[in-house]
Design a binder for this molecule. Structure first.
Ligand SMILES: [Zn+2]
Ligand SMILES: [Zn+2]
Length: 172
């Protein structure tokens, strides 16, 4: 039976997005008339990124359960609680901010399987390893980070990473 993708994004192989459709009804597959949940959570991550106090790059993260029913935790990059609301240093690579993904992961239960991550930028190498370790199955990201090592880590670990931009400008 042909496979269709509810949000019309073939790269999105998350189980809730894939449907088998009988050959004779392929033409009648639903149009996308409202924001897919994947897009809604990505927009939440974009809103969170606006709260970042990092001078280098502002990133937001939303973690959900496997069914996209519950937000498990949220994060954006910045200094630790009680510390000054700015980077420790202007030096490249030394800003000292806790990454958005790390902030979300420390607040999420590690034993909850198949979590889904929505991040405004693709993760760095260390965040990617933490994402793997925290039992995340799918990572949706809006913009590829200049260094793609993190995406390689996700691929190596068998996670699905989706560059999610298809509905970026719709319903605004
Ligand atoms: Zn910073
Ligand atoms: Zn990182």
């Amino acid at each position: 039976m042909p496979i269709m993708f509810k949000d019309w994004v073939p790269a999105n192989t998350h189980p809730l997005n894939v449907v088998e459709v009988p050959e004779d009804s392929v033409a009648s597959v639903e149009q996308v008339t409202r924001p897919p949940l994947y897009e809604v959570y990505m927009r939440m991550a974009e809103e969170l990124a606006k709260r970042s106090t990092c001078a280098r790059l502002r990133v937001g993260t939303v973690l959900t359960d496997a069914y996209l029913e519950h937000v498990v935790s949220i994060g954006y990059n910045g200094n630790a609680r009680g510390f000054p609301n700015h980077c420790d240093s202007d030096e490249v690579g030394m800003c000292g901010c806790i990454h958005s993904e790390m902030n979300a992961l420390v607040k999420s239960p590690g034993d909850l399987r198949d979590k889904v991550a929505f991040i405004t930028a693709s993760p760095c190498k260390m965040c990617a390893k933490l994402i793997v370790q925290a039992n995340v199955s799918h990572v949706f990201y809006r913009d590829p980070y200049r260094n793609q090592d993190g995406l390689q880590v996700l691929e190596q670990a068998g996670l699905v990473a989706v560059h999610y931009t298809r509905w970026k400008d719709e319903w605004r």
